[in-house]
Design a protein around this ligand. Structure first.
Ligand code: PHE
Ligand code: ZN
Length: 861
């Protein structure tokens, strides 16, 4: 095996030092040609601290270098694979370089690359160094002026950050000049030169600034931009109303690109989006897609203040912008639709991904202390757990104080690069009467705390005592954990489910008792309402859960109680299954699901969520040794038995909610479709796929079509094959829809899923170069627990093969896939051996990227 560890050097938070030179202004000139682009850069630099001038640079061919206009002799600078060092420079000077790069060969999709009809950039976190020599770190903020020239026919649209100053054309090439008045870090630089068309609109901010809005897409896609544009305007208005934050340029452009490693990017004044988060129409996008477009449009727009105007000092602070901006987009979405349903969806995601990571070898704090490759740290811990921490601030402080804290944060850090401490200080300043320092532990300690509750009632004094205990298991590098500060939103309920009392407790010790005086004995306590802290609540009795599932006034906890109840029931059935016992449906679960269905008219969207049983992966997280086959068998048997037992009610619900206008994407319409399709899934699970077949053939709405196809894909046979073929024929030229065709097969419950996925990796439409396609097949398959963990190990091998192939062209995407193997310790020894063997095979590859090396070596432990 190669010995790569010596060449992979970690970066540590503790080693942070301020930049030696600051850059005041940047002038860039791009002479764009696919295989040989010239980039001239003029930097105005001044000394900030003692030390040498080092500029980052990767895969750049240096053509010229001048200092204050004079060519620099060979002995006055040196080049190495990480960049350029210039010796003996004055304290203030201009450095000019000319480099050549090759966008056509850039398959990593960071830096300047080609996709579809043109040139696009992606600079966060360290892509700018692949464009030109620069101190490529977020605490170097400069003003940018950009000139680009390109073939006028092939690349008619030329965009960059800020405002356009001038443009012109000569001899078949045209040029444009852009200027961004706001100082920004290099990771927010963007350039687009492509054959795109714009959908245009405008917005006037509340102080009267007129903003031209443009969404730039490939010809033919203009018809699918309406939802993105409407979402953008709603988000702009919402940020003014909610946080008093207005847009600060005269232009806001969004350009869509189909090859993109992430979801979207908040470059100042020129967001670049994965097409998946821009394009939507009822024929091509599901309701979930519509919501994702709205969420991501809002997220990137909100970054204009939390990210761009106030940026991060270094990448360890990543959650400072991401956790905060996710929190902001969650609040925005909660205001557009149902707050409870949004909260349920967010917690579902947190548990399925973040809790899982936090319990395994890849666990890291919201502010990590060390990394090999920062690209590996765009995780649900940084994003979603980071958002939970911001939410806890708000719960602790109250809405008004939190908004005040946000004002202080923006005011004190505007146009600068901030830290997690700066955010804390702003929030603390807004509640001077409270000491909230202990919340900082959420940034420092990884792991999900487990909380248990004990209750005692003293009839003599009519006092009720609640004792809470918290523990957190060790995570890599952190054996000892200190108690966290958590807001505990609680309610004491009487037998009818009325709130005797509801308040928020501050729980900050390993063990803490809270006494409530003058109170009748509660029938039940509802804890962590609305998921007021990202913890696992343990040891609730089944009776209690059943009561809360039926009666809690907090809708989130009502949903959660049913989930926990179902989890307990399913785990018990898994144990019975392993014992060779025959499956029997739990009466309590049947009653709870029946009651949920009966209450559908109250809130169809909520009902749809409540009907969904806990995912197989969540059940796995609760087992000592995961048995993916038993989990799958039991969960499917439960769904089938419920579908059977509730057939009439499911049928009538299906028809009642079946008549939604296919073009309506309002909250109520989406809720109705979700409920209808939840009933469809139960009916299909119980063996009745006729409804799915009907629905598939009689709808033009993608939510309904895909929901039906999902059911058909589970059942091998002629109907499945016909449906898949017709879907493919219809959508083979629409990449985002074709992605769905791949993922529906990768997620299928069918006995032949593994073989089909193997075959699909050789399908003519499968492209390794396109991250969406890779995610839709390989990402989706590795999340299909029962199929991926096939006892033969063939699923692991498929993933290992893909990781190794991708590592050669796009290490960021390759590294992300590795996490599918990180849970090996949770399985039986046979599977452990097979999974470890794949990790070892990956690590043995010579020339492995540090991205994949970091993930595979940490996963192996
Ligand atoms: N900063 C982007 C976001 O969350 C994500 C991103 C990271 C995009 C890295 C590209 C590369 O909004
Ligand atoms: Zn973000």
């Amino acid at each position: 095996m190669a010995e790569p560890s010596s060449i992979h050097i970690p970066v540590n938070l503790a080693d942070y030092t301020p930049p030696v030179f600051q850059v005041e202004t940047v002038e860039l000139e791009f002479d764009l040609h696919p295989a040989a682009t010239l980039v001239r850069s003029r930097l105005r630099l001044h000394r900030h601290a003692a030390g040498q001038l080092h500029l980052n640079g990767r895969k750049l061919k240096l053509r010229e270098i001048l200092l204050d206009g004079e060519p620099l002799g060979d002995n006055l600078y040196s080049l190495d694979p990480s960049g350029l060092t210039v010796f003996e420079v004055p304290d203030e000077f201009t450095l000019e370089t000319l480099v050549e790069i090759n966008p056509a060969e850039n398959t990593e999709l960071s830096g300047l690359y080609m996709s579809g009809s043109g040139f696009f950039t992606q600079c966060e976190p360290e892509g700018f160094r692949k464009i030109t020599f620069f101190p490529d770190r977020p605490d170097v903020m400069a003003r940018y002026r950009v000139r680009m020239s390109a073939d006028a026919k092939r690349f008619p649209v030329l965009l960059s950050n800020g405002n356009k100053l001038a443009e012109g054309e000569e001899y078949g090439r045209h040029w444009a000049e852009w200027e961004d008045p706001h100082p920004k870090p290099s990771y927010l630089f963007a350039l687009v030169a492509a054959d795109l068309v714009a959908v245009k609109d405008e917005f006037t901010t509340r102080s009267g600034r007129h903003v031209d809005l443009g969404i730039w897409v490939e010809r033919g896609d203009e018809t699918r931009c309406g939802h993105a544009m409407a979402s953008l305007k709603r988000a702009m208005l919402w940020d003014e109303d909610t946080f008093g934050l207005e847009y600060d340029l005269d232009v806001f452009n969004i350009a869509a690109v189909s090859d993109f490693n992430a979801g979207a990017m908040e470059n100042k004044g020129l967001n670049i989006f994965n097409t998946a988060y821009v394009l939507a129409s009822s024929a091509t996008a599901t309701d979930t897609d519509f919501q994702n477009v709205e969420r991501v449009i809002a997220h990137e727009y909100f970054h204009n203040w939390t990210g761009d105007r106030v940026t991060c000092r270094d990448w360890f602070q990543l959650s400072l912008k991401e956790g905060l901006t996710v929190f902001r987009d969650q609040e925005y979405m909660a205001d557009q639709f149902s707050a409870a349903v949004k909260r349920i969806a967010d917690v579902r995601l947190l548990r399925a991904t973040q809790f899982r990571d936090d319990a395994g070898p890849l666990a890291h704090p919201v502010r990590p202390a060390s990394y090999l490759e920062i690209n590996n740290f765009y995780t649900t811990t940084i994003y979603e757990k980071g958002a939970e921490v911001v939410r806890m601030y708000r719960t602790l402080m109250g809405r008004e104080a939190f908004r005040h804290g946000m004002e202080i944060y923006i005011r004190d850090n505007d146009n600068s690069a901030a830290t997690v401490e700066d955010f804390f200080n702003a929030m603390q300043a807004a509640v001077p009467e409270h000491n909230i320092w202990q919340i900082m532990r959420w940034y420092e300690q990884a792991g999900t705390p487990e909380v248990t509750a004990e209750e005692t009632y003293d009839p003599a004094s009519r006092s009720f005592t609640l004792t809470l205990r918290q523990t957190t298991k060790p995570t890599p590098g952190q054996d000892e954990k200190h108690p966290f500060l958590m807001p505990v939103a609680i309610g004491l309920l009487d037998a009818e489910g009325r709130d005797l009392l509801s308040e928020t407790l501050l729980f900050h010790k390993a063990e803490q008792s809270f006494v409530f005086a003058d109170i009748d004995q509660p029938a039940a306590v509802s804890l962590f309402r609305g998921f007021s802290a990202p913890i696992k609540l343990k040891g609730q009795s089944r009776e209690r859960l059943a009561f809360l599932a039926a009666k809690d006034t907090d809708l989130f906890n009502r949903w959660d109680a049913l989930q926990q109840y179902a989890t307990a029931v399913l785990l018990e059935a898994v144990a019975a299954h392993q014992d060779g016992q025959v499956f029997r449906l739990d009466d309590g679960l049947l009653e709870a699901i029946a009651a949920t269905l009966r209450e559908a008219p109250r809130d169809p969207a909520f009902t749809a969520e409540a009907l969904l049983l806990p995912a197989e992966s969540l059940l796995a997280d609760e087992m000592g040794v995961v048995d993916p086959d038993a989990i799958h068998a039991v969960r499917e048997a439960t769904r089938a038995a419920l579908g059977e037992a509730l057939r009439d009610r499911l049928n009538s619900t299906y028809w009642e909610y079946g008549k939604v206008d296919p073009a309506d994407h309002s909250g109520p319409a989406m809720g109705a479709r979700a409920l209808k399709n939840a009933t469809l899934a139960y009916l299909a699970a119980s063996g009745d796929a006729s409804r799915a077949w009907e629905q598939f053939n009689n709808t033009g709405n993608m939510t309904d079509r895909l929901a039906a196809l999902t059911q058909l894909a589970d059942l091998p046979g002629e109907k499945r094959d016909t449906a898949l073929t017709s879907f493919y024929e219809t959508w083979r030229n629409t990449p985002l829809v074709l992605d769905k065709w791949f993922s529906v097969q990768a997620r299928a419950n069918a006995a032949d899923t593994l073989e089909r996925v193997q075959a699909l990796t050789r399908h003519e439409a499968f492209e390794l170069r396109n991250p969406n396609r890779v995610r839709s097949l390989i990402g989706a398959f590795s999340a299909n627990q029962a199929k991926f963990h096939n006892a033969s190990g063939a699923g692991y091998r498929l993933l290992g093969d893909m990781v190794l192939r991708l590592d050669e062209t796009n290490p960021q995407i390759a590294a992300r896939l590795v996490s599918g193997l990180s849970s090996w310790r949770r399985f039986d020894t046979a599977r452990q051996d097979l999974m470890r063997a794949e990790l070892e095979r990956i690590l043995a590859r010579e020339g492995l990227s540090s991205n994949t090396y970091e993930m595979a070596s940490k996963a192996l432990g």
